[in-house]
Design a protein around this ligand. Sequence first.
Ligand code: NAD
Length: 473
Amino acid sequence: MAESFSFFQKVNTDFDKAAQFTDYPPGLLEQIKVCNSSCHFTFPIKRDDGTIQTIHGWRAEHSHHILPTKGGMRYSTLVNEDEIMALAALMTYKCALVDVPFGGAKGGIQLDRREYSDSELERITRRYTYELIQKNYIGPGVDVPAPDFGTSETEMAWILDTYITMAPDKLNAIACVTGKPIEQNGIQGRKGATGRGVVYGLEEACSYAEDMKPLGLSAGLQEKSVIVQGFGNVGYHAAKFLMEADARVIGILERNGGIYNPQGFDVEKVAEHRAETGSILGYPGAELIENPNDGLELECDILVPAALENQLTAENAPRIKASIIAEAANGPTTPTADEILHKRGILIIPDTFLNAGGVTVSYFEWLRNLSHVRFGRLDKRFEDSAQHAMRRAVEKATGYNFSEEERELIHGADEEDLVNSGLQDTMITAYQEIRETRMQYRNSKNHVDYRTAAFINAIHRIAQSYMQLGIFP
Ligand code: NAD
């Protein structure tokens, strides 16, 4: 089955499907859908061997209905204008869905980072940042990048340093980028936030016995078998937290092959093995999956695509055996695959919701940077003392003495506790709202799946923002 949709067309098709369930004026819907601005720039870079190469970079700001705009920075050979605009649009809907006050943006550079040395990557990242500054595509109140495919906190540190150098007197300059190293004004918990959010989202989705029953599954994550595609930032953390939630991670797929063990992996040990050998392959006791794409079709309860877009297609969708597709990556399911999987009764938990943990904690980091104070700094000690006073009172009144272990559980919240609790609350609330919308249209002629329900909720929130601006009646 041929699939002729570009990525941005796919996002817009999903938008149009959801827009039918609203009664906003067509002009407003069009304004929400279009990409407000995008920029393609090229610059030369001197490679370590002295040759000069032209680098192509993009930044798209999909929606200016709230500022700043927010979205990751991607290094991949697939980067082009359409991909960046599609990802920026997804950011707009994602932020609206989880009620994070940003417009959507995305940036990227067309390269395979494995072909560049660290110093080349640093030169490229700094020059890219300089281009963003020149074109007014970066700033704490303008547009705030974060890590994405092929980038990490290292690139974010280079972006910060370049921006601060160019704007030395800006008090809030440290909020120009998120996903920074902790020592450079980052926030505890950001690195694992997207993967942790995936697990909070899945935990909530799987907690409804009546939703799990048609899939032939029991409620809860315990003992559910999971296959994860992509063992990078999102895939590794999702797998790790799924294991901690007592799910069984039976398959891990990377570019060069996959590993399989029906008993489940110790995810930390697989990560250690990769750190030692450079690959997940050859992990003791694991079966080798030579072609990682074959791993997507293995029997499991939950399939977590956490690599790139267009992984579940018209071609492989009829053979997918998972009961739940947990879209940790952006756009992993093509429109035709979406239809096929849907008809086959497979539950798809959409990217717009499921990977929103990253931007949620980026929001916390941005707030922390603007307030110039660590979360918990003012109240942690006070809470500690209050909780211990309460413990002593309970001990005195009941005669029961808390053990050393129990005492250790009693403490005021530190920054990571607060971040994780805010993240969990965000994911649970957003899921409940999506589920409610889906229920509302349960008997409608056009069946509303979770992706459409998520888009409907996002459209309502963005439309309200536009109305508050007084632009639309
Ligand atoms: P990453 O670069 O840290 O990891 C990606 C991993 O996928 C790498 O290990 C890579 O080798 C692997 N990979 C690439 N192609 C593959 C293939 N064909 N099969 C199997 N593995 C493959 O990137 P990331 O930050 O984890 O991002 C992954 C996805 O999650 C992207 O779609 C990204 O947009 C999305 N996402 C990331 C964040 C974030 O906070 N980093 C937030 C929201 C969404």
